[in-house]
Design a protein around this ligand. Structure first.
Ligand code: AMP
Ligand code: MG
Length: 422
């Protein structure tokens, strides 16, 4: 398998213990993304299979768009020569062109019935909307002289031949596929899927549907991660759930890092005796580049690399796993996929809640939009009480609000940064 990453200059591997100093979130994201280089292999796919994939060869326009002058409306094509003096003018309609017709032989007509998308012969100066004429028997009455070119979509007015339409790294959205289709392209070159191996760790985990014994919980992270990774540009290798057993975890890590471009685990990255993952990555010859991030929740999130794969150890607490996936793992995966798309849009919002806390780490809390202030900014209400284990608040939230590291007291009416979901 081709290597997808190299630590490169400036990315020193961490060698210290878990209790080392915290990396800021921005630095963690930057290091994680620098470890990731886009997968190189490409394949050619038919348009119908390309939605959500990452374009690998730019798309340029083979010709102009529109291809020919055509009518933007259902109406009547007219010539200025017939609209001299003062109106209204009565024009005989002696031809009809619908979309798909050629209009051949109709260039001598006075007025032409034209339907949307129909070619407009060059002899005609404008198309008048049918709503703006009075229809008589075999003729129309025109009260107002149209502007030159009114309701005519000119050849090449949208796209010039040779113009770059889509660039490498564009994620093929429905609109981009439609654009490619409009140029006549049937196949697109896309990057191969990024292989993402996932597994959950924890002796306590059971699969939903199973019976819980005392002290056990259901594995929720597995389903959250699979949902977050359900994207056409990714192939998920789900290795399930593993107990906190060093031997089994080491085997799973080795297998995962051989098959995948990136291995994402949940749990086992904190400072307890059963938190084995960072050691196991190092024992396997891997390197860790981020051990702890100055964020809440999500502090134990761990980034590294082993054999040819990247490693992202998300914390076990589901909210922490969710937040760190979105803020750190997602941009890394996009980078591996070669996708150039905006990351985690942020907007100003108004806090509709109070929060007192120890100013220390940047904090992300689940919020719901409760309304708009006078300026139209969204007002956001925090859900839950800040537990990184509580899933109900993030399940009901519209997004996350960011409380800056230095803020100790947030009051109602304060401006806050809002990151909407989706
Ligand atoms: P850990 O990061 O392994 O120390 O786990 C932190 C907390 O998250 C513990 O309370 C775990 O029981 C819980 N946890 C770990 N993995 C999962 C999971 N897959 N689903 C739900 N909760 C989990
Ligand atoms: Mg654990």
């Amino acid at each position: 398998m081709q290597p997808h990453h190299s630590a490169g200059p400036g990315i020193a591997a961490c060698t210290g213990s878990q209790s080392g100093k915290l990396t800021t979130l921005d630095v963690a994201v930057e290091r994680g993304c620098r470890l990731a280089s886009p997968v190189e292999d490409t394949i050619s796919l038919p348009l119908e299979d390309a939605c959500g994939r990452v374009l690998a060869t730019p798309v340029t326009a083979p010709g102009p768009q529109p291809h020919f002058d055509n009518s933007a409306m259902d109406g009547y094509a007219v010539r200025f020569a017939d609209l001299s003096g003062i109106g209204p003018w009565r024009l005989t309609v002696d031809g009809r062109i619908a979309a798909g017709d050629t209009g051949a032989g109709l260039h001598t007509a006075r007025a032409l019935r034209v339907l949307t998308g129909a070619p407009v012969p060059p002899e005609f100066d404008a198309v008048i909307m049918q709503e703006h004429v009075e229809r008589l028997d075999g003729a129309i009455l025109v009260a107002r002289r149209p502007r030159p070119g009114e309701n005519i979509r000119r050849a090449g007015e949208d796209i010039k031949p040779g113009q770059t339409l889509l660039e490498c790294g564009h994620v093929l959205s429905p609109a981009r596929l439609a654009l490619a289709a409009s140029t006549g392209l049937a196949m697109l070159d896309v990057r191969r899927k990024v292989r993402v191996a996932i597994f959950s760790t924890g002796n306590e985990l059971r699969q939903p549907g199973e019976t819980l014994n005392f002290g056990q919980i259901y594995n929720s992270n597995r389903f959250m991660l699979k949902g977050l990774l359900a994207q056409p540009m990714l192939e998920v290798i789900d290795l399930g759930s593993l107990p906190d057993d060093r031997v089994r975890l080491a085997e799973a890590l080795a297998a995962a890092s051989k098959q995948a471009d990136i291995v994402i685990t949940t749990g086992g990255v904190s400072v307890g005796e059963e938190d084995h993952m960072p050691d196991l990555v190092r024992d396997a010859g891997g390197q860790l580049h981020v051990l702890n991030v100055a964020m809440k929740p999500g502090k134990p999130v761990t980034l590294g690399e082993m054999s040819s794969a990247l490693y992202v150890g998300l914390p076990g607490n589901p909210v922490a796993a969710f937040v760190t996936f979105n803020l750190i793992a997602r941009p890394m995966i996009d980078r591996l996929a070669g996708a150039t798309r905006p990351q985690n849009s942020k907007f100003p919002a108004i806090s509709d809640f109070q929060r007192r806390r120890r100013p220390h780490r940047v904090e992300y809390v689940p919020v719901r939009i409760t309304g708009r202030d006078d300026q139209g900014l969204p007002m956001v209400q925090m859900l839950g009480h800040g537990s990184s284990a509580a899933l109900l608040p993030i399940a009901l939230a519209d997004g996350l609000a960011m409380v800056d590291a230095g803020v100790g007291e947030l009051s109602k009416g304060d401006t806050i940064t809002y990151l909407p979901f989706g």
